[in-house]
Ligand binder design. Structure first.
Ligand code: PLP
Length: 389
């Protein structure tokens, strides 16, 4: 079997597994306890926070450990908006902007805020799936409190123009810039200061780390209203006993991802080029991913218009290749991809997107086997393609 669904999840690195088991076995005391054993656990958490801070060029007190990027995104978005609503004079509106191509864990927060009466605008993307800066600028209002734009799109690999967006954001001192960095870490350089990003979310299981672990980087003295109430863990932003094994394993995964980034990017570029060659050899396929550097090297998305993506994914699986349709969180909804729709405005293309997501551990031979399987699948399914009505 060839696994090419690394954007959905990655196998944990052996060192991550070792850390998890060792800490689970040895460091079981509660890091909030005041006794010696609690102190030892607390020291380890402090050390893990410093490791992450160093890797991301931020301060340790800017690193908040969470249960995953979904929680980080919720903490960021609701945290900013609720804080702004608390401070706004009664009746004053609060406005928020989200890009059209965000992951459901971001997009659904804005849909919820809308239901709660917050004014929400959606920033459109161009035909490369990248936020249109001119249109974005027109959406910013004096009472806009937050803007969410991801680093790398999880369906197409489109890399957002974060530096340019950050320059725009800098002109609005009250505007908070939130970046979902899940698919970018370890694949592309991360420049939080350069992007002028105030909030940055990460997930453990996308970087060979543990599932159920995430990070929210909160830069400077930005105030968030917490979502989870109780104890004072994570600077009072996330009550609940710290997941010590998860935190230590997560910090390892972040460090290793950042250390390997340049080398992995180089390798992924080779795999990307090879995979692109195969895609281009199949005339029935429409490429949805922008070419590097507008796209990230590890994700390639192509549509087989008229063929339901699920059918093609299962046909590929029969040939021993594991791919996916859209984000794992949305794939069971069996609806055209919101991301591809925003980019292509074409339902047939949006309903038939296949995502190939690669890892630097893959070989050219594996990419060639995916290419052959893709050719065979398209040939097999061609007679079933629904003609445009
Ligand atoms: N953001 C993006 C871009 C993702 O790809 C994912 C994972 O699917 C998430 C957020 C959610 O991450 P987690 O599974 O850690 O909640």
């Amino acid at each position: 079997i060839i696994y090419a669904d690394y954007s959905a999840s990655t196998p944990p690195h052996p060192e991550v597994i070792r850390t998890m088991t060792e800490v689970m076995e040895r460091i079981y005391a509660n890091p909030s306890s005041i006794h010696e054993l609690g102190g030892q656990a607390d020291q380890l958490v402090l050390r893990a926070r410093s490791v992450v801070a160093q890797a991301l060029h931020v301060q340790p007190q800017e690193v908040i450990f969470t249960s995953g990027a979904t929680e980080s995104n919720n903490m960021a978005i609701f945290g900013v908006v609720r804080e702004a609503m608390r401070l706004a004079a009664a009746g004053n509106p609060v406005h928020a902007i989200v890009s059209a191509v965000e992951h459901p864990s971001v997009y659904a927060c804005y849909e919820q805020l809308k239901l709660e009466g917050v004014e929400v605008s959606i920033a459109p993307v161009d035909n490369n799936g990248r936020v249109d800066l001119k249109q974005l600028e027109q959406l910013i209002k004096p009472h806009t409190v937050i803007l969410s734009v991801m680093h790398v799109n999880n369906e197409t690999g489109a890399v957002q123009p974060l530096r340019e967006i950050g320059q725009l954001v800098a002109r609005y001192p009250k505007l908070v810039f939130h970046v979902d960095g899940v698919q970018g870490l370890g694949k592309l350089p991360v420049e939080l200061a350069d992007w002028n990003a105030h909030l940055y979310s990460l997930s453990g299981h996308k970087i060979h780390g543990p599932k159920g672990m995430g990070i929210l980087v909160k830069r400077g003295n930005l105030k968030l209203t917490p979502l989870i109430h109780g104890g004072v863990q994570e600077f009072g932003l996330r009550a609940g006993t710290s997941n010590v094994p998860g935190i230590l394993a997560m910090s390892k995964a972040v460090r290793m991802a950042v250390e390997a980034q340049a080398k992995d990017e180089e390798k992924l570029l080779l795999l990307n080029e090879r995979m692109l060659k195969h895609i281009h050899e199949i005339p029935e396929l429409v490429l949805n991913s922008p070419i590097c550097p507008l796209g990230a090297p590890h994700i390639l998305n192509a549509s087989f218009p008229g063929m339901k993506a699920e059918v093609a994914v299962h046909a590929m699986e029969e040939q021993g290749v594991i791919l996916s349709t859209q984000s794992a969180c949305s794939s069971k909804l069996h609806k055209p991809s919101r991301v591809l729709l925003a980019q292509t405005h074409n339902e047939r293309v949006a309903a038939s997107g296949l995502r190939i997501s690669m890892d630097a551990s893959m070989t050219i031979e594996q990419i060639d086997r995916i290419g052959s399987a893709l050719k065979e699948t398209v040939e097999r399914l061609k007679p079933l393609v629904q003609r445009e009505r």
